[in-house]
Design a protein around this ligand. Structure first.
Ligand code: FMN
Length: 177
């Protein structure tokens, strides 16, 4: 199905050209992110956009797995300050993950590349990101997404495996029913 090709084209890109991402592109990425679903539509997501070279360098140092040189990083965070219900507080990771995936797909659709670098639930990494971005106590970083114009090509693909799918009850194939 051609309509879904952009989903298969989304791959983690870790090498970028120095070409900056425009303000218009950044706004488009953020609009896509904030089109995501969230539990009770509470939208706990917050986004810190980083373009300053020194701050990007500091974000690269957060973990051995985030040493990505890119002209732009967006940290997706959850703001639990305004959320009263304990149940809702527990959904911030899903809400912010949905926003992150929307952002990654939007980057692909715009011809940009991006990689999701995980922060939550790693405590030391979370503290480092919070310090670099001056996050208040009530705001938790989920990830840092490095974004730019790709300097590497990755093959589109699905990782479809029918073994991961059950029918009606767990472990059952269509022939078992
Ligand atoms: C929660 C999460 C954390 C990740 N953390 C990192 C990371 O720290 N550094 C990195 O280079 N890639 C990271 N990735 C990207 C994965 O390595 C990548 O998605 C996976 O290898 C599949 O490749 P693909 O994105 O090209 O489909 C992370 C992805 C997720 C969903």
């Amino acid at each position: 199905m051609k309509e879904l090709d952009f989903i298969y084209q989304r791959r983690s890109v870790r090498r970028f050209t120095p070409q900056p991402v425009t303000g218009e592109q950044i706004e488009a990425l953020l609009k896509a992110a904030m089109a995501a679903p969230s539990a009770m539509n509470l939208k706990p997501w917050r986004f810190v956009v980083v373009q300053d070279p020194e701050r990007l360098e500091a974000l690269r140092g957060v973990s051995p797995y985030s040493r990505i040189v890119a002209p732009l990083a967006i940290c997706v965070c959850g703001d639990l300050g305004g959320i009263k219900s304990l149940v809702s507080k527990r959904f911030w990771v899903q809400d912010c993950s949905a926003a992150t995936q929307n952002l990654l797909l939007a980057a692909t659709a715009l011809g940009l590349g991006a990689v999701w670098c995980g922060v939550h639930p790693l405590e030391a990494e979370s503290k480092r990101v919070s310090k670099v971005l001056k996050l208040p106590e009530r705001v938790s970083p989920l990830n840092v997404i490095f974004i730019g114009h790709p300097a590497e090509q990755r093959e589109p693909r699905t990782q479809y495996d029918p073994k991961n799918v059950s029918w009606e009850v767990f472990g059952a194939n269509p022939g078992d029913i």
